[in-house]
Design a protein around this ligand. Structure first.
Ligand SMILES: [Zn+2]
Length: 376
């Protein structure tokens, strides 16, 4: 019988690791990139095409799904997997980040965050207990603890008190998780380290989470505008403060070079809207850097988006055709650009896993960065 959740590391290279998370719904090869399926859809992609790109797991957003179509409705319809037609693992965020960035009239207290929906103005409360309940109703396989976020530019006092509250909420999240609920046999729970860019705050947060005990540990509160250098500075100590035997998930990251640098620093899991959102605005990721397909220089370019890409889009359609579709506002343009970008990210993760397994990560990463910065 497959365990509820296990993580095996197959090889390490410096601080980087490659391994496999095993869950009832399938294996997740790490380092892993999770495409973002905010509203029960990876925008502009069918689930079968997401899987064909090499994705083992996708992410759903609690805040959006609780408001529309509603967690209780998704549960009545059999859970997120059946509803959207994706049968592999799903990780859901806690809603904390989005309620604080998207909702209106938010009021924070020790209990949780009261807010008005940005969709219809209805009033809701998101607390650690309600967040876990919603994630269970959705049928999430990796549930995230509910936490409080403050900008990295906040004062030290504000950062410290938000981190401390987040640790109290992590305990409440764990207790609510342990109390059981829908699909309880099929979930794991991750805690989220906070503490902005401060090494001492990060250590206190890691120690508090380890004391509670989680299946995996996320690094939260980064990629919020601090820049790559500051983020890498934090990642030089933060992953090492978390248990080596558990997966480490860097939330909301990132650009291709962010991911490569974070993998070198010991991170195992990522999610980001960049490949999907960029696809809808005409930006394609290539091994020689991002390109904007709307640019006039692609109007008669008969080559593929990325000559080194193995995706179905690059096998079939030219830059000239994609340029035309995107400029004309055709739906297929957004679909094909997104599909290529998701493939690019998944191929990058497969390349990283292979490089770690073969002990040549530094050479791979240096070559990746040099090509990526070269532009065309
Ligand atoms: Zn491609």
């Amino acid at each position: 019988m497959t365990a509820r959740f296990s993580f095996a590391i197959h090889a390490t290279d410096g601080r980087a690791r490659t391994g496999t998370i095993t869950m009832k719904r399938g294996e997740i090869r790490t380092p892993a990139f999770m495409p973002v399926g905010t509203a029960a859809t990876v925008k502009a992609m069918k689930p079968g095409d997401v899987r064909a790109s090499g994705a083992d797991i996708i992410l759903g957003n609690t805040y959006h799904l609780m408001l529309r179509p509603g967690a209780e409705r998704v549960d009545r319809l059999g859970g997120l997997h059946g509803f959207m037609g994706w049968d592999r693992p799903i990780l859901t965020d806690s809603g904390g980040y989005q309620v604080m960035s998207l909702a209106e009239l938010t009021k924070r207290s020790e209990d949780g965050v009261a807010f008005k929906s940005h969709l219809d103005g209805t009033r809701h409360l998101l607390s650690p207990e309600r967040s876990i309940e919603i994630q269970r109703l959705l049928g999430s396989n990796i549930v995230m603890a509910f936490d409080e976020l403050v900008p990295t530019t906040s004062t030290r006092e504000v950062q410290a008190s938000a981190m401390e509250r987040s640790m109290r909420w992590a305990k409440r999240s764990r207790d609510a998780f342990d109390a059981g609920g829908q699909h309880a046999e099929d979930n794991a729970i991750f805690g989220i380290q906070q503490g902005a860019l401060d090494e001492g705050f990060r250590k206190s947060s890691a120690d508090a989470l380890i004391d509670i005990g989680f299946d995996g540990y996320a690094i939260g509160g980064l990629a919020v505008g601090e820049g790559q250098e500051a983020m890498f500075g934090c990642l030089d100590f933060a992953p090492g403060q978390l248990p080596a035997s558990k997966p480490r998930y860097l939330m909301g990251v990132g650009k291709p070079t962010d991911i490569v640098g974070a993998v070198e620093r010991g991170v195992d899991m990522f999610d980001c809207v960049l490949p999907t959102r960029s696809g809808r605005t005409g930006q394609a990721f290539t091994r020689s850097g991002p390109i904007n397909i709307r640019n006039a220089r692609f109007a008669e370019d008969q080559g593929p988006l990325d000559p080194a890409c193995g995706c179905p889009v690059c096998a079939t359609w030219s830059r000239a055709y994609l340029h035309h579709l995107v400029r004309a506002g055709e739906i297929l343009g957004a679909m094909l650009m997104t599909e290529h970008n998701i493939w690019f990210y998944q191929q990058m993760m497969a390349d990283l896993r292979a490089a770690i397994g073969e002990g040549r990560l530094t050479a791979f990463a240096d070559d990746f960065r040099a090509r990526y910065a070269a532009k065309e």
